[in-house]
Ligand binder design. Structure first.
Ligand code: HMG
Ligand code: MG
Length: 306
């Protein structure tokens, strides 16, 4: 039996939030349905943030309304109490709160210091857990911040500890601007696995310098088995200039299946969804695997690896 790896598809949130073309609610729903059709079971559906800040994520409650009966875990970002109230009203089953290691980034992103953001999330996470809502915690800028530069891994440990203590089920470690080197990956995840259950820790890598795949290989060696990725490499963070999209889902699945892990996701189907989304966002996707096309897919289904 191959070991399972969990893929969290963040394209419908992290991807679309940074696209110039704003997709209609119907198109966003269609994208998520297509992604579920590839075998993905964990996806971000949107975020309950200010539409003035991120107009691409407006009406995320309608996305949930249309997809609540799908057999997939759909997670929605919550930046503050107001966003949490929208989440409760909509009845979502899975939320993500988000902080960082860097105060400068957190201020730009959600108008708070790291400490203030965690103080704000504590009652939100507590209430969510009482209501049996799954909670993911994001930590941004772990490997580097566009404003503060290199980040000491101890900062990440501190935020991780706080988020787990308040009740987060899973914590996603973000290379927000894609500057991590495999040695840094080994150092951060090596420390995390000593202090926490590594099965509850995800790697969220943006691919600005093309290092994400080699960084995933390194993270696998440290025991990480949850990876965030975005279809066709869509995405970036609007508060981190120069950051490019997340590592492409098709590339991550190809790597993992090739290494003998089981993702449950069809690479061939992902490539078809990437072609669809490229037309919808009206810009050429840059992910290399997608650009090379569906030729030479010597395997495309997990089973054919046996
Ligand atoms: P604030 O400054 O506390 O807001 O939070 P406020 O209470 O001062 O209100 C300001 C205005 O925003 C008011 O509207 C509020 O009603 C409204 P106005 O009176 O001006 O018309 N407002 C809201 N509207 C809708 N939903 C809400 C909400 N809260 C306040 N929840 C806030 C400001 C955080 C909401 C705002 O700055 C915001 O929405 N920022 C966007 C943050 C975001 O989405 N960032 C990207 C996601 S994080 C990311 O991408 C990184 C990640 O991928 C990991 C990685 O790569 O590292 C996760
Ligand atoms: Mg991100």
């Amino acid at each position: 039996m191959s070991e399972e790896v969990k893929i969290v598809e963040v394209g419908p949130r992290d991807g679309l939030q940074n696209e110039m073309k704003i997709l209609s609610t119907e198109k966003r729903v269609e994208l998520i349905r297509k992604l579920i059709g590839t075998g993905l079971r964990f996806l971000e559906g949107g975020s309950f943030v200010s539409p003035k800040a991120i107009p691409q994520m407006e009406n995320s409650d309608e996305i949930w309304d249309s997809l609540r009966s799908e057999s997939a875990d759909l997670c929605f970002l919550v930046p503050n109490q107001k966003g949490f109230e929208v989440a409760l009203q909509a009845g979502v089953k899975s939320i993500a709160v988000f902080s960082a290691t860097s105060d400068a980034f957190t201020r730009k992103n959600i108008n708070r210091s790291v400490e203030e953001s965690l103080d704000q999330f504590e009652p939100i996470v507590g209430e969510a857990k009482r209501k049996k809502i799954r909670v993911r915690g994001y930590i941004s800028t772990v490997f580097g911040c566009p404003y503060e530069g290199f980040q000491d891994p101890k900062k990440c440990l501190k935020v991780t500890e706080r988020l787990f203590k308040m009740g987060a089920d899973e914590i996603s470690i973000g290379d927000t601007i894609g500057v991590a080197h495999p040695r840094q990956i080994a150092s951060v995840f090596g420390l995390l696995k000593k202090g926490f259950d590594i099965r509850k820790i995800a790697a969220h890598l943006h691919d600005t310098r093309g290092m994400a795949i080699v960084n995933i290989r390194e993270a696998l060696g440290q025991g990480v088995r949850v990876f965030d990725a975005s279809i066709g490499g869509l995405g970036g963070c609007p508060y981190a200039t120069g950051s490019s999209g997340n590592v492409a889902t098709e590339e991550v699945c190809w790597l993992l299946e090739g290494l003998g892990f089981k993702t449950g996701v069809s690479v061939a189907r992902l490539l078809a969804v990437a072609a669809w989304v490229e037309k919808e966002v009206e810009r050429a996707l840059k992910a290399k695997f997608y650009l090379s096309g569906p030729k030479h897919l010597y395997y495309d289904e997990p089973q054919s690896m046996e």
